[in-house]
Structures are given as C-alpha cells and as structure tokens.
Design a protein around this ligand. Structure first.
Ligand code: S3P
Length: 420
C-alpha cells in the first residue's frame, strides 16, 4: 500500500474502544457472571480471540453492537484454546484457568509462540499451579490445581503478569499480593473491584483475597488512548495540525503520551471528563512538535504501546531524543526496538537501537520514500503509516492488514480518503 504525504490534518474522531478493557470485560464476566452487557466493545482480531476462548470454555456470548454474556461460567473440563496474536488473552487465561478443574491448552500464532510465558508460569507455579510451556513459550498446558496465595515481587513490569496472578489469587487460599516496581495499567484491579472482589491497592502493591464470589458488571468500554495516539501524532506532526479525539480513556496508568506530547511542544487540551471506574475525556491536540525529549523511568509502562509512535514524532524534532528503560519493547508482538529502528531507517531517519530503547537524531523532518514491513505487528503498521504520511515523500507499507488486531478500519478511520 502506497501512503502519500499529507500536508493538513484537522479531524474530529471518535476513539476506538479500548482493547485491554474489552478483553477483561469479556473474560471476567464470561468466567464469573451469569449475564452481562459490554457496550461499545472493541471488535478486533485480539478481542475475538478472547471471545472464542471463553466460548470454548462454556460461556454463551452474543456479539453485535454490544457483546452480551448470555450465560457465563467455565463449564468445560477440557479445551484447546487459541489466543491468536493476543498476549493479554494467553497470559490472563493462564491465571484464570490455573485453579479450574480440568485440562486446558492455550496456543497462539507464530508471533505469540515466540513471546515469553515463564513470566506467568513462574508465579503461578509458586501458587501450586500445574502449568508448563514449551521452552518457556506457548503452547501453555494447564491442569487445574488447588492454589495458595503468594506474596510476589514482580521481576518485570507487566499488567498481563499482574493480572494473571491476581486472577489466580481470586480462587486461591489466603491472600495474594503482587508488588510492582512501577505501576502498570490497573484495569484488572478496577474491574474486579466493580464485580465485588475483595481487592485492595496500597501504592504499588495489590492484594486480593481468595474465595471471592463475583457478580456481573455491565461495562461501557472507554476509548483506547493507544489508538488515539495515531491521530494525536498526525496532528502533532504537522504545522497547523489539529485533532479532537472523543471519549478517550484517561486512566492515569495510560496517559504518559499526553505528557510527552506536551514536552515536545504540542498543545494538549483535556475536556468533558466523565465516567466512573474508567474515566474518559475529549482530547484536542495541536501541532507542531519541535523539542527533542528523553523518555524513560516510571513513564515507560504508562506509554509502552505508544513508543513506536513517539519515536516517529522525535524524528520531527531537531536534535537527539532518547527512549530508555524500555527493554520490554523487545518482547512485544515483534522486537519493537528492532522493527521501529528498521522502519524509521527505511524512511531516512537517523536512529540507533540500544539495549533498552533507541536514540533518534531528529532532523525536523522525515525524508520518506522507502518501504516498511509491519512484520505482522499492528503498532508498527499504524505508527509507520503515520510516519509516511508525515514524511516528505510518503512510502510503501507492507503488511497493513496487521491493523486488524486493534483497529480493523484504521486506514479509512484515520486517513479518510487521503491515504493512497
Ligand atoms: C496489556 C499490557 C501490556 C501492553 C499490552 C496490553 C494488557 O503488556 O503492552 O498491549 O492489556 O494488560 P505487558 O503486560 O506485557 O506489559
């Protein structure tokens, strides 16, 4: 697909629904509740993987404009599950199924089968789970076992690992505490609390009590700030660029991108804050960014999925920008240090990968003209499409269909009729 340079951007967009929240709303209600309605869900390949897994475990789920859990509960005693490309589906299901009587296997696609699963196998095994992988990767084999609560210091920053341990803790004996070094997205904690779980948060530590009886919670899914990042970047990267994205989730564990946009010199206005468990707002971003930045430390988990997009914007700021403390990028859908660096280089940007991020030597513009392969990674496909549109000469994108993982109609939704 050829992407032409776009010289003006002024659009009002309704934010795509949140992927992390949709996964959890479907999974938790389908596992623990009888009936529930999930309004404004994200219907994308990843979320369909979660729906498919929960159906195979016995839940009845109707998918329309809303997702209806018609009959919840894990009733199957044996199931072969396919998480597709979705790390959230596989890791959260690992924790959810560890205490359930039965035998379960969870496989994934080629990319997911290369991603580390020891990070969930290790804490769940400490709880007494019978769970194994293949050389620390998928497929996961689980035989339901009685679990005991643990006090766990997280060696990696991962909401997926935290969630897996908390879900297992719901049905373990005693209390389970997860201690994080830096707080990662807390959608699991918020949703379990709204379903009546005995869960408490004390700074960077979360404790859940075993033997919980949960009730259903209808969910209005907020917009996904990770998807909003693309229109934000479009507006922030152009002189006179402007976008208002409506209904963006502003959970503070997710809003790091807004701080970086401001630090780069973009104008960010947050209006009409509303909602309860997960608040949303209408966010207006105006360009153009021009100040190089260093992004690292406690900010990283709050913008981990936006880093390829942030890297694109740094190229438009004259001077050296640094992304550090982000080694987790290596174990995403692709090694995003490598795929981001390769893609930016193909577009003429001077950039070098480091052990935990990258250095971008911004020239204030992106030459463009090259060919970028998404390598099957939705975030690379979307962030690099924006990079090409913001570049002098545009470019060619290979593997644009990867967008289906989180934003199936990305090109028409974001570019309108201007993308080819
Ligand atoms: C997610 C957590 C993050 C994030 C992913 C979604 C979640 O992954 O990158 O896109 O829904 O919990 P990690 O838990 O591996 O950091």
């Amino acid at each position: 697909m050829d992407i032409k340079p776009v010289k003006a951007f002024d659009r009002r967009i309704i934010c795509k629904p949140d992927k992390s929240v949709t996964h959890r709303a479907v999974m938790f209600n389908a596992a623990f509740a009888d009936r529930a309605e999930i309004r404004n869900p994200l219907i994308s390949a990843d979320c369909l993987s979660t729906i498919d897994c929960m159906r195979r475990l016995g839940a009845e789920i109707e998918v329309g404009k809303s997702i209806r859990i018609v009959k919840g509960g894990i009733t199957e005693k044996s199931a072969m599950l396919d998480a597709g490309n979705s790390g959230t589906t596989m890791r959260l299901l690992g924790g959810l199924l560890a205490p359930v009587e039965g035998r379960f296997t969870i496989k994934g696609d080629e990319s997911l089968s290369l991603r580390p699963m020891n990070r969930v196998i290790a804490p769940l095994s400490l709880m007494g789970a019978k769970i194994s992988g293949s050389n620390g990767c998928a497929p996961l084999s689980i035989t339901g076992a009685k679990l005991r609560g643990i006090d766990y210091d997280m060696p990696v920053n991962s909401a997926q690992v935290k969630s897996a341990v908390l879900l297992a803790g719901l049905m373990a004996s005693g209390k389970t505490t997860v201690r994080e070094k830096v707080v990662s997205r807390d959608h699991t904690e918020r949703m379990l609390a709204s379903m009546g779980a005995k869960i408490s948060v004390d700074g960077k530590n979360v404790t859940v009590e075993g033997g919980n009886k949960l009730h259903s919670a209808d969910v209005d899914v907020c917009g996904d700030i990770s998807s909003a990042a693309y229109p934000f970047a479009f507006a922030a990267g152009l002189d006179g660029g402007k976008t208002t994205v409506e209904n963006v989730g502003i959970n503070p564990t997710r809003t790091g991108i807004l701080e970086v946009l401001r630090a780069m010199g973009a104008e960010v206005k947050i209006e009409n804050v509303r909602g309860a468990a997960e608040q949303t707002a209408d966010i207006t971003v105006r360009g153009k960014v021009y100040k190089p930045v260093t992004v690292g430390g406690e900010l990283i988990p709050r913008l981990i999925d936006e880093l390829p997009t942030i890297a694109v914007l740094t190229a438009l700021c004259e001077g050296e920008s640094v992304i550090k403390d982000a080694a987790e990028l290596k174990v995403k859908e692709t090694d995003r240090i490598e795929t981001t660096v390769n893609a930016l280089r193909a577009l003429g940007v001077e950039v070098e990968g480091t052990a935990d991020g990258m250095r971008i030597y911004g020239r204030g513009y992106i030459p463009g003209g090259g060919e970028v392969d998404s390598c099957g990674d939705h975030r690379i496909a979307m962030s690099m499409s924006v990079a090409m549109a913001l570049s002098e000469r545009g470019g060619t994108l290979i593997g644009g269909e990867a967008c289906a993982v989180s934003w199936p109609d990305f090109f028409t939704g974001l570019f309108g009729d201007k993308y080819v």
